[in-house]
Design a protein around this ligand. Structure first.
Ligand code: NAP
Length: 285
């Protein structure tokens, strides 16, 4: 039976580290940390995420600035706001909650955020820095996954790592981070042949597909570390992951649950990135 990786506990320790450093730097350097969160429209899931980010800011001692814009906001108006925030010294990090309404080009908005304040690490400059291993910010979800793997004590060096999913926000950067930690990395996607065989070779398996309970116990190597990024709904509308937890936990050595695994890590790593941004902007090492 697998050991459960407790994302709530690991994320609490990341937030505690951030809160402690924020308090210390306020004392020693007068540093104040601010995160601007922009939401356009009324998507209920986005609203929940934004509220959670606001609460996390309060908990670690950041100031949060919320900009809730109407669904009818034009791309030009949103870009104008991003430019104002780029110049606002109180704002160290800018997060535009995705998805945006269809009439707004997400890429144009991401590209408008100053790379120094791009705490989601979606801007092409930050993506490029991740490729060459000289990054300031790591995208929050893959960075959270790395902390969860670290918490197991399993050394990534030389391990067969399989990432299922190649999205720009999860799969691709995840593969790069595992490679930087000396994993031997295979990236799988919807056109991959022999997915089951590839998964069965994985010492570390990260699943980010978006299909409920897709990876089953018979696809998992005995003792593997299994990280489930998926946030899906099962046939009864209950939150679940991309991994069939019930069958997978019988094979895995370590496994993340959904909820309570990767999910809480994403916001914790956002807090960490925002503090990093504030330190860099203030010239603090
Ligand atoms: P995405 O952009 O839709 O990408 C899904 C990836 O899975 C694609 O690369 C796709 O391959 C691949 N895929 C789809 N069906 C497959 C199959 N049958 N076999 C193998 N690969 C398959 O999704 P995403 O944004 O990366 O998110 C993935 C999941 O993670 C979702 O459930 C999302 O809700 C969740 N998520 C959670 C967090 C968190 O904080 N916990 C954060 C972000 C995302 P192709 O490229 O060939 O289409």
């Amino acid at each position: 039976m697998a050991q459960i990786i407790d994302g709530k506990a690991v994320s609490a320790s990341v937030k505690a580290e951030v809160a402690e450093e924020t308090a210390r730097l306020r004392e020693t350097n007068g540093l104040k940390v601010g995160l601007a969160v922009v939401i356009v429209g009324n998507d209920p899931a986005s609203r929940v995420y934004v509220n959670n980010k606001k609460k996390a800011c309060e908990a670690v001692g950041f100031q949060s600035y919320e900009y809730a814009l109407d669904e009818s906001t034009t791309q030009e108006q949103l870009l104008d706001l991003v430019n104002v925030l780029n110049r606002d010294d109180r704002v160290n990090g800018i997060l535009v909650q995705l998805p945006l309404p269809k009439h707004i080009d997400e890429k144009a908005v991401i590209n408008a955020i100053s790379p120094d304040k791009d705490v989601d690490a979606f801007h092409p400059v930050n993506v490029g820095k991740i490729m060459i291993g000289e990054y300031s910010f790591l995208p929050c979800t893959p960075a959270g996954v790395m902390r969860l793997i670290e918490s197991t004590g399993v050394d990534i060096t030389g391990k067969q790592c399989v990432v299922i999913g190649r999205s720009n926000i999860v799969g691709k950067p995840q593969a790069m981070l595992l490679l930087q930690k000396n994993g031997t990395v295979t990236i799988c996607h919807s056109k991959t042949k022999n997915l089951k065989e590839i998964c069965l070779g994985a010492d570390i398996l990260v699943v980010a597909i978006g299909r409920a309970k897709f990876v089953t116990g018979d696809m998992i190597k005995e003792g593997a570390v299994v990280i489930d990024v998926g946030m899906d709904r099962d046939e009864n509308g209950k939150l679940c992951g991309d991994v069939d937890f019930e069958s997978a936990e019988k094979k895995a050595g370590y496994i993340t649950p959904v909820p309570g695994g990767v999910g809480p890590m994403t916001i914790a790593m956002l807090m960490k990135n925002t503090l990093t941004a504030a330190k860099q902007q203030a010239g603090i090492e």
